[in-house]
Ligand binder design. Structure first.
Ligand SMILES: CC(C)(COP(=O)(O)OP(=O)(O)OC[C@H]1O[C@@H](n2cnc3c(N)ncnc32)[C@H](O)[C@@H]1OP(=O)(O)O)[C@@H](O)C(=O)NCCC(=O)NCCS
Length: 150
């Protein structure tokens, strides 16, 4: 697979099944409810600027996606910070630069919208994903996530 034959575009509501399929292949569990909630929020409410992207082959098969949130704010003014919630590339197409391409386009798109910072959460145990984010210029933030088991 040549990276050049992969293109990216804004995610649409009808990408739901492809996103759930790829996420299931990546994680080994299906999370349709999680994505129903996310798609509902991103595509039905008018409060978020479209930022999520998919990567597709020439035959239009979706092989990867990145989902993020940029809250519109009052009076349609964009916020300066956005989040990257989920990124996934179909395991059959990983290690070919598709994740990097999605990240690059996602960051460029947010930069064009005036966003200054992107936040994401990664498990400390997921060294592969941490390496991927490091390679894409993400660094640990000065805020730590605290939790308490009940
Ligand atoms: C992280 C992830 C998105 C990366 O996607 P990807 O398409 O494999 O990313 P890239 O190909 O751009 O880069 C990955 C590696 O492949 C290498 N690579 C890129 N193009 C390559 C090529 N043509 N040949 C060989 N290696 C290549 C990159 O250098 C990088 O190497 P590294 O891991 O040593 O840094 C993907 O592995 C994934 O979906 N992981 C699961 C994510 C997950 O858990 N998501 C749910 C919670 S957020």
């Amino acid at each position: 697979m040549n990276k050049k034959t992969i293109s990216t575009r804004l995610m649409r509501a009808d990408d739901f099944e492809a996103v759930v399929r790829i996420d299931e292949k990546v994680l080994g569990v299906s999370r349709p409810k999680y994505y129903e909630m996310k798609f509902e929020k991103l595509f039905k409410s008018k409060e978020f600027v479209p930022t999520s992207l998919v990567a597709e082959k020439e035959d239009k098969t979706v092989v990867g996606f990145v989902m993020g949130e940029l809250f519109m704010g009052e009076y349609g003014i964009f916020q300066e910070e956005a989040t990257l919630d989920t990124i996934g590339v179909d395991p059959d197409y990983q290690k070919q630069g598709i994740g990097g391409k999605l990240m690059h386009e996602f960051v460029d798109h947010l930069k064009d919208l005036g966003v200054q910072k992107i936040h994401t959460l990664v498990s400390l145990n997921d060294s592969r994903l941490i390496n991927f984010f490091n390679a894409n210029q993400f660094a640990p933030s000065k805020i730590i996530n605290l939790e308490r088991s009940l």
